[in-house]
Design a protein around this ligand. Structure first.
Ligand SMILES: [Zn+2]
Length: 325
């Protein structure tokens, strides 16, 4: 039986694959662009090629691998290993990822959503180590969430527990690909905060960023917002404050539901750190239930973008152990 594990982080931009030894020490890694626009079959083949090339470089075969875990964005049928749809993936519907991978690679495969594999990584090896009540939020292109309650990762009836990105914040708000509108993730995410900023500029207001991008608003990035914030740009400070506060109001609801002892903020946008989160904390200070809030700390993730791969591998091992126990 194999003693290695593979963790795959499937993102809209990159496919990231790591091989771990049974103690979860990383022994190999490979990254490649997802090329998501060519559709599901193309992406599956790219994942397959990345894995086989990496194994070849490491002089390993499928037999050396006990199992593989994959973090996949969007709505999944976890039990049947199917990615139902993914907001940022075109030509991507009812994709039988697990069956495809098992047929082509011969390695037992498990999928879970991207926020949850990040949670597994941070919970077992990162900021949430040894905690029994953990809320993970992933602030990336979109907003994801996942939770450990009383020592167990929660899934719910259809595996959607923790989808905080779709908490309704406005009765009539921005349309969301989930079919609703006014969802938290439409505002609190890289796409969301950039849109908020653009809308303010389109109302005729100015920011130093407008000069940086020569008024090409599509060229504005989340990192530019952080930089302009540090330079004291009033329009960006206002954008940051609105976004951070909205996250705070959303988290008030989550607090009441999950009573976490730690909230871990991960994802690329977590680089904004306290520029954003100070406003979130202000709202929680005044609005969250006092006793649970007093027992909770808010931290940024410590594993960076390796959390997804590590977490996917850990998740796969735990699923495999369950089957064989
Ligand atoms: Zn939604």
């Amino acid at each position: 039986m194999g003693t290695y594990y593979i963790g795959v982080d499937l993102g809209g931009t990159n496919i990231k694959v790591s091989v771990f030894h049974e103690n979860f020490r990383k022994v190999g890694e490979k990254r490649t662009p997802t090329e998501v626009k060519y559709g599901s079959e193309h992406v599956l083949k790219r994942i397959y090629n990345t894995i086989t090339e990496l194994l070849e470089e490491m002089k390993l075969t499928a037999e050396d691998i006990r199992c593989m875990g994959m973090g996949v964005p969007g709505i999944l049928d976890i039990k049947n290993g199917i990615s139902r749809f993914s907001p940022n993936f075109p030509k991507w519907e009812e994709v039988p990822i697990v069956a495809w991978m098992e047929n082509h690679l011969g390695i037992p495969t498990f999928i879970d959503n991207d926020a949850r594999v990040n949670l597994y990584g941070e919970w077992r090896f990162g900021a949430g180590k040894n905690r029994r009540n953990v809320l993970m939020i992933t602030l990336g292109t979109g907003l994801g969430g996942a939770a450990v309650v009383d020592g167990r990762v929660i899934y719910g009836a259809t595996g959607s527990a923790g989808e905080i990105g779709h908490i309704n914040m406005y009765r009539q708000g921005r349309e969301c690909r989930c079919g609703s509108s006014g969802c938290l993730g439409r505002y609190v995410s890289a796409l969301g905060i950039l849109r908020t900023f653009r809308e303010k500029v389109q109302e005729g207001r100015r920011s130093i960023i407008c000069d940086w991008v020569k008024d090409d608003l599509e060229a504005v990035t989340a990192d530019m917002l952080s930089k302009a914030y540090d330079e004291g740009d009033p329009l960006v400070i206002e954008t940051m404050q609105e976004t951070g506060e909205l996250l705070g109001y959303g988290l008030c609801a989550v607090f009441s539901l999950y009573n976490p002892e730690i909230i871990i903020v991960g994802g690329g946008m977590s680089n904004m750190g306290d520029r954003l989160l100070q406003y979130t904390k202000d709202v929680l200070d005044s609005h969250a239930l006092r006793i649970p809030y007093g027992a909770c700390t808010i931290v940024t993730a410590v594993l960076g973008d390796a959390a997804g791969m590590l977490g996917a591998a850990v998740y796969a091992k735990e699923q495999m152990d369950k089957i064989h126990s």
